[in-house]
Write a protein that binds this ligand. Structure first.
Ligand code: FAQ
Length: 346
């Protein structure tokens, strides 16, 4: 079904065909809109060269680029602990995890580029402080137990939020999410295992694990975004089959998962109001500090300035790599062109 639809997809005009008359442009837009509506109704997929409403493109670019930036900035709290991990094995695991996050950023920047935004521009917006990234990465990682809490709670929340995105209506985004979610599952397990080992260790180690869970719990719940009543984008994103569930629904599911897992850890969640509402069949949690969330989004979180500064330094430090890669690509192109010219002449 999906492939049948895609075969008849009206494409964006080919390069050089932009100077069409207003009538042709209107006809193309009407055909494109009809096709787009059909894809949405059939819960199928839009691909990069298909016609799409400008607002759909803009929403996807917003969400995918923010998501990519989150993965890249999200490397910092954990990268900071690689050299201090308590054993060679822990260092190797943490290094692999942080590298995975870099990979996620790359898949997502690639997906965003298919919407027409150059990667350089996205990166420039991030380092200029104009782009958003997830609120969660503006909190400090104070102890080794924070590596456990980040893996268990932050990657756990990311999985809960992102598994439904594997079915996002935009093909490149949905496909990138499949691999990302598989890797996030490994990340969550490793975080859980760090906490489990600490929780089964000395009284001090158990306390360190509990303290980390206490500090990361509420920020992890806020990762799902503002309550539905205060979420300007959810309704349209759900109508376009980008988001499949509202922020509150996913937050409630996450709380339900954590309630069970924390028992295995022998720790507690710092929330005395958690309960399962038999009438709504949903998990409920205590109040969250949405003023703090807004402050973090406005750049006033505990680590906002530090995270951006580090990102700028890393960008500057990487300039020679980008220059070398560009010079290599130029050389390859020149070599190929010379080879082709030789073949034609022969
Ligand atoms: N942080 O109308 P909504 C990870 C903004 S990856 C910052 O509800 P929407 C892996 C939102 O952008 C974590 N800003 O928005 C990892 C909007 O502002 P705008 C990232 C937030 O898009 C683990 C405004 O508030 N995951 O953790 C946040 O429908 C460990 C109104 O909100 C994704 O990006 C927030 N938490 O729903 C990596 C998943 N929440 O743009 C390293 C994909 C909301 O209008 C280490 N994204 N805002 O100016 C999504 O699912 C959605 O974009 C939401 C927000 C759910 C984040």
């Amino acid at each position: 079904m999906a492939s049948q639809i895609l075969q008849s997809a009206p494409a964006e005009p080919a390069p050089g065909r932009h100077e069409q008359g207003p009538e042709e442009a209107a006809r193309r837009d009407a055909e494109g809109q009809a096709y787009f509506d059909k894809v949405m109704a059939e819960d199928s997929r839009i691909e990069p060269r298909d016609w799409m409403p400008p607002a759909y493109r803009k929403t996807l670019l917003r969400q995918i680029s923010q998501h990519a930036h989150s993965e890249i900035i999200g490397m910092q709290p954990e990268a900071n602990w690689i050299s201090r991990a308590p054993s060679l094995k822990r260092k190797a695991i943490l290094m692999a995890k942080v590298q995975d996050e870099a990979g996620h950023g790359l898949y997502l920047y690639s997906a965003a580029e298919t919407l027409g935004q150059p990667r350089d521009q996205m990166m420039a917006d991030l380092i200029a402080g104009k782009a958003r990234y997830s609120s969660i990465f503006n909190y400090p990682a104070r102890t080794w137990a924070d590596m456990g809490a980040i893996g268990w709670l932050v990657d756990g929340a990311a999985i809960c939020n992102q598994v439904p995105l594997c079915r996002a209506s935009y093909g490149p985004y949905g496909r990138a999410m499949v691999r990302i979610c598989k890797e996030e599952s490994f990340h969550q397990r490793q975080g859980f295992e760090i906490l489990l080992e600490l929780a089964r260790g000395t009284a001090e180690q158990k306390q360190m694990a509990q303290d980390a869970v206490n500090r990361w719990y509420a920020p992890a719940l806020m990762m799902f975004g503002p309550p539905d009543d205060d979420s300007p984008n959810s309704k349209q994103s759900m109508a376009w089959n980008i988001k499949r569930f509202g922020n509150d629904e996913l937050r409630s599911r996450f709380v339900g998962m954590m309630v069970e897992q924390v028992k295995v850890l022998g720790l507690t969640l710092p929330d005395k109001d958690i309960r399962f509402n038999e009438d709504t069949r949903k998990w409920e949690h205590g109040p969250l500090d949405w003023d703090e969330f807004k402050d973090v989004l406005a750049g006033r979180g505990p680590c906002n300035a530090q995270r951006l500064e580090r990102r700028r330094e890393a960008h500057d430090d990487g300039a020679w790599v980008r220059e070398a890669a560009a010079a290599y690509a130029d050389k390859q192109r020149a070599r190929q062109a010379a080879q082709q010219a030789e073949e034609i002449a022969a």
